[in-house]
Design a protein around this ligand. Structure first.
Ligand SMILES: [Zn+2]
Length: 145
């Protein structure tokens, strides 16, 4: 792990506010490290600028608190939500496109609500599945891209 720390991959304002212990187990740390080494670090190198992680590992309690899907790869430390420093849809899209262009071995890559942020996961499968999350009648739908 060159450009990312366990601290930034596990920190959560919600966990802090609600007193939830979001410390990662050895297995979760191994998963986070694999995500960084196979996807996030190579992406960061190619992008050439800092990348903001808005959510990485979420223990089950935290995942429920933020309304995450029960099957979310965040719970295993296999996913991260990232965005650009500028935090514009145009710049966030660059991260999404770069992950595809670089041929990184991701499992799922999600354009969240018009590039509000980008969700990327790694392992155990490398499906390279590209999705777009949209809200329809207040519910999230995932469409293939
Ligand atoms: Zn996510």
């Amino acid at each position: 792990m060159k450009h990312f720390t366990f601290q930034e991959l596990t920190k959560s304002a919600t966990a802090k506010r609600k007193g939830i212990d979001n410390s990662p187990s050895m297995q979760v740390r191994a998963n986070l490290a694999a995500l960084v080494e196979n996807v996030l670090d190579p992406l960061r190198e190619a992008y050439g600028k800092p990348i903001v992680v808005t959510s990485g590992y979420r223990c089950e309690k935290l995942n429920r608190a933020v309304g995450g899907a029960a099957s979310s790869q965040h719970v295993k430390g296999q996913a991260a939500d990232i965005r650009s420093v500028q935090d514009t849809p145009e710049e966030n899209k660059k991260l999404f496109d770069l992950i595809v262009k670089l041929g990184l071995p991701f499992d799922q890559l999600i354009n969240e609500y018009g590039y509000d942020w980008v969700h990327v996961s790694y392992g155990p499968r490398h499906r390279r599945m590209k999705l777009r999350a949209v809200k329809k009648n207040g519910r999230t739908q995932y469409l293939y891209m």
